[in-house]
Design a protein around this ligand. Sequence first.
Ligand SMILES: [Zn+2]
Length: 200
Amino acid sequence: MQDHIRKLLVELGEDPDREGLRRTPVRVEKALRFLTSGYDANIDEVLNDALFSVDYSEMVIVKDIDFYSLCEHHLLPFFGKCHVAYIPSTRVIGLSKIPRLVDVFSRRLQVQERLTNQIADTIREKVAPVGVAVVMEATHLCMSMRGVEKQNSFAVTSAMLGAFRSNARTRMEFLELIKLRSAVPGVDTSAANLACVGDD
Ligand SMILES: [Zn+2]
């Protein structure tokens, strides 16, 4: 990989031998390996020993989980907040495991829509809840740095499964509890639901 990064620096018109860039290929490889380390994670190991049988059927919410990912179209970061809720049926998952799940799927080349669905689908599979909801709000550097659309726009994606899909009141309760920025008057949401596009 370092060889490729060196060539990339040359293609960019840089001198890979100048002092500031000499160790850049090493650093970039290390950074990219970490930022894509989610491919190697085993979900069952991540969740190991953190599924508990309980008699609890109220909504569980973990909100404002910071996440950082890389868009697969431009290899540029997109990052923001993730909000997760589920309604247990017979099992709950250790609360600290939810941010871990978000990390595992964020540390891959992603599109925001798929990332959102993967988190929701995994919780549905492993916890078998009555319903699960995931909302992600993110700034995409491929949009803001390149001056595409409005520079301060952010994309909102959601996955609503089970009771969150079938029951409008449950869904509203969740959305009210996470108080989406996009629901705040005066915030322009015209770019919402539009993550980066891969054709430019
Ligand atoms: Zn992009």
